[in-house]
Write a protein that binds this ligand. Structure first.
Ligand code: NDP
Ligand code: 2IT
Length: 444
């Protein structure tokens, strides 16, 4: 049996009931076969794959908090410190009722290779809790965040592990967590990114994931002699990534016709009204059902359906496994040319295979959504030198990083004979640097 197949079997056996983690490991290892087979003897001797699929440390803790009626609730908190070969652990905190250890491990595993692709010195980690911030008062969210950080602060630090936002964790949650960290540790340091601008946050971090998604898509299209100008685009989600993907797509001359949340989706044939969307989601924290009161010509549909719309470019920006084989078939039938992932692992393995077989240009999340964590690393740099850079400076660095990522994954796909397969390209390019650092640092 090949080394890759042995490790996949081992991961499934040792981590039962963690299907998302299995899915992420399979995608990465299957696309690394060509590199692993060529180095099999050395990698086996060093147990390289056994080490890379095992987190360096995983922390699970109780998070008790009191609601507005005096009732105590207990959630579970997680931080998976996956790999620190190339820098301090770095990755977001997800607050969503679906969170469990397997989901945090899949996200942390992906983060290792994503962070490597940015070219910046950040290792891979992820955290979260099954707490649902939706429908909670600000005080309840603060109570949760303070309790969560009271335990998490024992394990993180500006040079150890630097969490950030993800689903359900935005500027409000980061602020409460930062305040509690500072209070307990009595240090003012860049321990979290995505901070507010008045206390060490970076300009352009809020926009970075969505903007970066469009920068890399644009770079790919330019390289292929095409442009975003005049393209029709579907976006799923209506959160941080989706909103700023829509904003940059519009700025680059495309028309975005959809957005969604976990209850339903909107179709606006004239193009999404971004000011309305921001007001609904960022100011009111309300549901997308409200959109048609701003735009009477738009349609609201309950349930799932964004991928049934005819578009040139599809940008999944909500959550994992939201674009399945049937969705991929619909998109291809409707002539989609590009699918670029703003979310983490939004496409199932079967969907990716189908899209690639039908010559759809597919940019995987670990490359396409790396602009967020890359800008987090820029926030860390600014905190270290106790300076803040202008929006233009951060944005121009972000553009450079996304262009580099595209050319690196493109070159890796060509070097190993998989031209145009950016899944293989991204996994190989991300893996090579991590392996080099792990090998240099000995058996740790
Ligand atoms: P937000 O919480 O800001 O928004 C998430 C959006 O996705 C919401 O519209 C939400 O709808 C929808 N959504 C979440 N879970 C589900 C679900 N189970 N089914 C259907 N819809 C769902 O999160 P972000 O925009 O920050 O994150 C979106 C994706 O991007 C995630 O995969 C995240 O890991 C990834 N990502 C985020 C980065 C960042 O910098 N924030 C960086 C790189 C990747 P509702 O409000 O109804 O829950
Ligand atoms: O998935 C991701 O890359 C993020 N949620 C952002 C992580 C970060 O540290 O900015």
């Amino acid at each position: 049996m090949s080394y890759v197949d042995e490790i996949i079997d081992l991961v499934v056996k040792q981590n039962p009931n963690e299907p998302e983690f299995h899915q992420a490991v399979k995608e990465v290892l299957n696309s690394l076969r060509v590199v692993i087979d060529a180095n099999e003897e050395q990698f086996r001797r060093d147990a390289l794959l056994e080490r890379i699929v095992n987190p360096e440390r995983q922390i699970k803790f109780r998070v008790p908090w009191v609601d507005d009626k005096g009732q105590v609730h207990v959630n579970t908190g997680y931080r998976v410190q996956f790999n620190s070969a190339i820098g301090p652990y770095k990755g977001g905190i997800r607050l969503h009722p679906s969170v469990n250890l397997g989901i945090i491990k899949f996200l942390g595993f992906e983060q290792i290779f994503k962070n490597s692709l940015t070219g910046l010195p950040i290792g891979g980690g992820k955290g979260g809790s099954d707490f649902d911030p939706k429908g909670k008062s600000d005080r309840e969210v603060m109570a949760f965040c303070q309790s969560f950080m009271t335990e998490l602060c024992k394990y993180i630090g500006a040079d150890t592990d630097v969490p950030a936002g993800d689903i359900g964790t935005g500027a409000r949650e980061i602020g409460y967590m930062y305040g509690q960290y500072k209070r307990i540790k009595n240090v003012y340091e860049g321990v979290l990114t995505g901070k507010g601008l008045s206390y060490g946050g970076s300009l352009a971090r809020k926009q970075a994931t969505g903007y970066g998604l469009l920068y890399i898509t644009n770079e790919m299209l330019t390289t292929l002699g095409d442009t975003l100008q005049g393209k029709t685009v579907s976006v799923s989600g209506a959160g941080n990534v989706a909103i700023y993907a829509i904003e940059k797509a519009q700025q680059l001359g495309a028309k975005v016709v959809t957005a969604s949340d976990s209850n339903g989706w909107i179709y606006d044939p004239e193009g999404i009204d971004l000011a309305a969307l921001k007001e609904i989601k960022e100011v009111k924290r309300a549901r997308l059902t409200e959109y048609t009161s701003y735009r009477p010509n738009a349609e609201y549909h309950a349930g799932k359906g964004v991928w049934s719309v005819k578009v040139d470019i599809a940008l999944p920006c909500a959550t994992q496994n939201e674009l399945n084989l049937e969705d991929a078939m619909n998109l291809v039938e409707n002539g989609v040319q590009v699918v670029a992932e703003g979310a983490n692992m939004p496409s199932t393995a079967e969907a990716i295979e189908y899209l690639q077989k039908h010559n759809v240009r597919f940019l995987p999340g670990k490359a396409a959504n790396a602009g967020g964590v890359a800008t987090s690393a820029l926030e860390m740099s600014q905190n270290s030198e106790r300076l803040s850079w202008s929006f233009e400076e951060v944005d121009s660095k972000l553009q450079g990083i996304m262009k580099n990522i595209f050319h690196n994954i493109d070159a890796a796909s060509k070097k190993y004979g998989f031209e145009g397969n950016y899944v293989v390209g991204a996994n190989i390019a991300g893996f090579e640097k991590v392996v080099d650092a792990m090998t240099a640092q000995g058996i740790v």
